[in-house]
Design a protein around this ligand. Structure first.
Ligand code: HEM
Length: 571
């Protein structure tokens, strides 16, 4: 295998890299000259178009000075040991193969890239743009797209969104891959046998129930719950984030009729996801995410607007706004990251695979996923990893939160092989040691960032007994991002109580209008966490800034970018 990689490396390095370098050098210098020339000559041209050109040129210049990520640099150092040299050869071969073979083929075979702020080309610009078609072929979406760019023209159409059913697995919390026990979950979190046909675009990504299945009812094992008078504690044998949902699951498993489908003759080979066996397969996947000829290609402003448009959803009761759900979805998309092993994180877009999405801690997130996947249908060129991270960012901004730095360029894993181990989501009933274990040791956040993230996340939305077993809202205005979470945590008096719908214990304030999880209470009990809680309660602006930094870090976990800002490894 190593010999094959070495062969791949030398081949791609010597032949393709040379060609790619020549091609890129010529086209880039041409672009530079043309853009400068154009800027001088074209004073009367449409001002929007000229703005876009300026931005492209700026981005192009930035691109030259952007440094290679440190992680990548490490791999290009001299090997420190004999075994290390194998690791380095392996990595480098994948890197060059991906960079020069896959991208080179992409460049020469795909249609040219055009950045059009509205997704369509204005008539008077048509000929002008045509002239530039050739030269823009190498531009990637990261270039020339400024998220703050507000296009004054009207959008072509507005899109209708509708909730979709998903195929979920009952066994997701266990070690076995879940394709053999399937149910669907509607937008209200109710589980049932899939009744309506699942759209092809989704079935590609999710496990599809085999037509030759036997339907039988299988009771779901609930985790064992042990409660003492002060804190609710859950003994979790399998992964169950937020797992005071335990009692809830127990009752839900009897109350909700769950039809579970079983594969009749599921052999291991049938259960295997498609494997990236050949170069052609990888190229296909890469091309799928780079549909450069798509009319909306690179139009992140339009994607942002689509996300904003779908936040208000009167049918999503009792909330009516899926923004908080989206913020939580993005957090969960990144929360499986492990800095030791480099596994998990938003990169790869693995949350779209049933194996990850079915983690019991993700219950209820099908709402955000449902809408984001519909948006992806309209923008198929965008990676799921990019879209899933952008969802939370736009939702926070839409809920009056801070502006969060977001860069595109994440790539999707072609199959579910890179789905990280489940059970990594935090447990709401545990204490500060557990919070640090997750946030500091595994995700790499400081105490300040941890408090900002938890308080910022939980100033929005609320808990739903039907999802997690917990119920209620953290602040009086759950659809406005502010520092109220810290204020009420410090000012109100909190005592433990039981959620009537699920029998799960949580903390209530005096008039029972607000709630807290045990992990939230730790933000006040732990002296280090409390220090930041006090500061954030005091200074809202400072809190906004810290939250924006921490959330931006969250959505970069596991993303290794090269000098173009594109994540080219870890396919
Ligand atoms: C110790 C860490 C955390 C725990 C144990 C935890 C637990 C929970 C639980 C149990 C829910 C209720 C889900 C439901 O029933 O709908 C929830 C909701 C939520 N969480 Fe967290 N969470 C944590 C950290 C975070 C972070 C870091 C963020 C984002 C930065 C976040 C954002 C949210 C949001 C926005 C909601 C509301 C969702 C909605 O209204 O639909 N959480 N969390």
């Amino acid at each position: 295998m190593a010999a094959y990689r070495v062969y791949q490396q030398s081949l791609s390095y010597s032949v393709y890299s040379l060609l790619a370098y020549i091609y890129t050098a010529i086209s880039q210098s041409y672009q530079q000259v043309f853009l400068v020339h154009n800027e001088v000559q074209n004073k009367d041209a449409n001002s929007h178009f000229r703005d876009a050109q300026f931005k492209r040129r700026e981005a192009l210049l930035n691109r030259r000075s952007r440094s290679v990520s440190n992680d990548i640099k490490d791999f290009f150092d001299i090997p420190s040991s004999f075994t290390d040299s194998f690791a380095k050869i392996w990595f480098r071969s994948a890197y060059y193969y991906d960079k020069y073979v896959v991208h080179f083929l992409d460049i020469i075979t795909s249609s040219p890239y055009i950045y059009t702020p509205n997704g369509y080309i204005a008539e008077d610009m048509e000929s002008h743009i045509q002239e530039q078609r050739g030269m823009q072929a190498t531009l990637t979406p990261i270039l020339g797209v400024d998220p703050t760019y507000e296009d004054p023209q009207e959008l072509p159409t507005t899109k209708e969104f509708y909730p979709k059913p998903y195929i979920l697995s009952q066994r997701s919390a266990g070690k076995i891959h879940p394709t053999d026990h399937l149910v669907s979950q509607n937008v209200f979190g109710e589980l049932s046998k899939p009744s309506s046909p699942i759209k092809p675009a989704l079935t590609e990504l999710f496990d599809i129930p085999d037509k030759s299945v036997v339907v039988s009812a299988i009771p779901i094992k609930a985790p064992e719950v042990i409660s003492d008078s002060s804190k609710p504690v859950v003994k979790h044998s399998a992964s169950a984030e937020h797992s005071a949902s335990a009692k809830h699951s127990a009752s839900a498993s009897t109350s909700v009729s769950r039809a579970v489908t079983q594969h009749k003759s599921a052999t291991p080979s049938q259960e295997e996801p498609p494997v990236s066996k050949s170069i052609f397969y990888k190229i296909k996947i890469r091309r799928k995410n780079k549909q450069t000829s798509h009319p909306t290609y690179g139009n992140y402003d339009l994607v942002r607007r689509r996300i904003k448009d779908c936040l208000i959803q009167p049918s999503y009761q009792p909330d009516g706004n899926i923004g908080p759900n989206m913020v939580r979805f993005t957090w969960h998309c990144c929360a499986h990251y492990d800095q030791q092993s480099g596994t998990g994180g938003c990169s790869g877009g693995t949350l779209r695979f049933a194996q990850e999405f079915n983690d019991i801690g993700n219950t209820g997130l099908n709402t955000a996923k449902s809408y984001l996947d519909q948006i992806h249908e309209e923008f198929p060129w965008m990676s799921f990893a990019d879209l899933y991270t952008l969802g939370g960012v736009v939702a926070i901004e839409g809920l009056a939160g801070p502006k969060i730095e977001w860069k595109p360029g994440r790539t999707d894993c072609p199959d579910s092989k890179k789905v990280p181990p489940m059970g990594r989501l935090p447990f709401a009933t545990l204490g500060s040691d557990h919070v640090r274990e997750v946030f500091t040791n595994r995700l790499g956040f400081t105490d300040k960032e941890t408090v900002a993230l938890i308080g910022g996340g939980h100033t929005l939305g609320g808990c739903h007994a039907r999802f997690s077993g917990f119920h209620g809202i953290w602040t009086k205005n759950p659809f406005k991002f502010d520092n109220e979470f810290f204020k009420v945590l410090l000012e109100d008096k909190w005592s433990i109580g039981t959620v009537p719908q699920s029998g799960v214990d949580q903390y209530y304030n005096e008039d029972k209008s607000l709630m807290m999880l045990n992990t939230d209470m730790e933000m006040m009990r732990d002296p280090e966490f409390k220090k930041w809680t006090l500061i954030f309660a005091e200074d809202e602006q400072f809190f906004f800034a810290q939250f924006a930094i921490a959330y931006a870090k969250l959505i970069e976990l596991g993303v290794i970018r090269d000098e173009d800002g594109i994540q080219r490894v870890k396919l």
